[in-house]
Design a protein around this ligand. Sequence first.
Ligand SMILES: [Zn+2]
Ligand SMILES: [Zn+2]
Length: 354
Amino acid sequence: MAVQSTAPSLPPPPKNYIQRARTQQRNLTARAAEVGSAVGRSSANLISEVGYAARSVAPESLVRAYKVWPTKNVFCCWGFLMTGPVEDVGPNSCAWTSLLTPMAIFFYTWSDILWDPSHVPPVYSYFCCLAFASAVFWFSVTSFTDPGIIPRGPKPSGPMPPQRTRTDERGATVYETWCSTCNVYRPPRSSHCSDCDNCVRDFDHHCPFTRNCIGARNYGPFVMFLSSTCLSLAVVLISALALPTRVPPHPGALDPHSTGLRGLASTVSVVFCAVMAALLFSFTAYHVSLICAGMTTKEHLKGRRALVQQSTFERLCEPCAVQPSQIQPRKLVSIAVGGEPPSAHVATISQDDL
Ligand SMILES: [Zn+2]
Ligand SMILES: [Zn+2]
């Protein structure tokens, strides 16, 4: 494991570090017992003192890779989940609020009749729950998934050619471009995201609302999120227009099920969902047209032809195939420790390590 740092010539960490640590612990315990009996001290005291001294002069330490990640991505849940840069917290919070508020208003005002078969068919209630749950699920998957990050490589000793050709698995010649930030040749359709500061396979665009890049691994969940959110908006719109006609008038100023508050909630829901639906339906239709044309958003905005020739069928099926992640944020990496925080030392993590 090689992590390049400002500390000179770090040795690679042991591959079987657990086994090696256990062996060293056994040896230390045996040696402490041997020395302790010779000098009349307990082995526990000796181990404690030796361990404290060793930690203070240790040249390196092992940490999880996500704790010293060299890009702007943020990891949570012990490195099992990842998302985009901190700068996107604002748009991402707006998106979560816009997604959850109509659902909360909907369930708060209509909870009494939603599960009453005399007013609403049960299949409609289950359908509402399914639409809302799928929108939240696909939004979470899009936000917290590796979009297809290409691991950074070691810094080359000299200048690299800006392009190289390679024969892909289909036998076609492809051009790969050198990224001087990530130190890798990125394949066609990949691009460096300046927001996240890493290269992403099949880069579509960076979405501040989902707080993540949209790339090879989360384009499918992104399209599913758009579709399920459109469905949820349609459900709220239809409900806000239809449900008030199916319930008798109910007085009560502060009762959430009163006619007055239901009318207000319905009006707010209709206006909000109509605006959101106009935006999201257009956006979803745009992405469906891109899928049919076999293009990414970046290719379309740049006015390029599709860099990878795919049939409409392949492009439609591609989002369904989840490609394996190339990064290993929970892998243990070696860093220099000398009295300063570990993150101050690490510059890049080599491609072999990730
Ligand atoms: Zn890059
Ligand atoms: Zn990004």
